[in-house]
Design a protein around this ligand. Sequence first.
Ligand code: ADP
Ligand code: MG
Length: 259
Amino acid sequence: MEKVIEVKNLVKVYGKRSAAFTALKHLNLDIYKGESVAIIGKSGSGKSTLMHLLALLDKPTSGTIKINGIDSTKLRAHKLNQLRNQSFGFVFQQFFMNPNDTVLENVMLPLKIAGVRRKKRKELATKALHTVGLEERLKFKANDLSGGQKQRVCIARALVNDPSIIFADEPTGNLDSTTGDKIIKLLFDANKKGTTLIIVTHDEDLAKLCNRQVRIMDGEIVEDTGAKSQKSSKKPNSQSKSAKTSASGAKSAKKGAKK
Ligand code: ADP
Ligand code: MG
């Protein structure tokens, strides 16, 4: 199976000297093409920190992150931005839209950054808004939409560049459960079409919908049910066993890394 993300000895320290706080402690993680991965854990465990690093929105203190075999820690800012714009889609708990721009403009923005011509931008954004059922809201101001509609705009914006990976950080956190379910369906529809899906959540039910669960506690991976095709046993209850094995595997990898 093709690795889309390969993380080795990832460390993130916030602050300096006496104020230093280690949010991620020597993480190792491989993510394969087409997986749906839930990153779960309590508030403050380091989920968002990990996602921001994987999505190249922040830099690690040490360790490496390879995206499709390319070591992102060796890339210059320009190449990093290019990789992010071309390969990733983002959905956050807070919608992060330009409230006074139209729905269409908001969805066109990533393409503008990527240098796509206006006509093409409009065409692709319209198509993405169609996918999320908002084709009749193109000219609305983003601010004039309901929460669920706003999140659908964000999903359209995440899909518009046909990304190989979608990162979603608590995508249903601010929504009621019915609206949240619609958002989840849209994300998994994209996954079925081949997009790798990485969802950060503290919602165990949402996590269960993913084919793999990675649990973080105090900046460490304490459980990883592993990539699906890597599981040797077909027994349905083999999951907890494989989880323990890979968690201890992560620990020994960590020890080995310290040298
Ligand atoms: P989660 O998403 O699991 O709730 P975060 O990754 O946001 O957790 O945070 C992990 C830890 O790192 C928390 O203790 C948080 O307070 C700390 N942290 C996050 N961002 C910063 C920052 N910019 N500066 C200092 N500490 C931070
Ligand atoms: Mg978070």
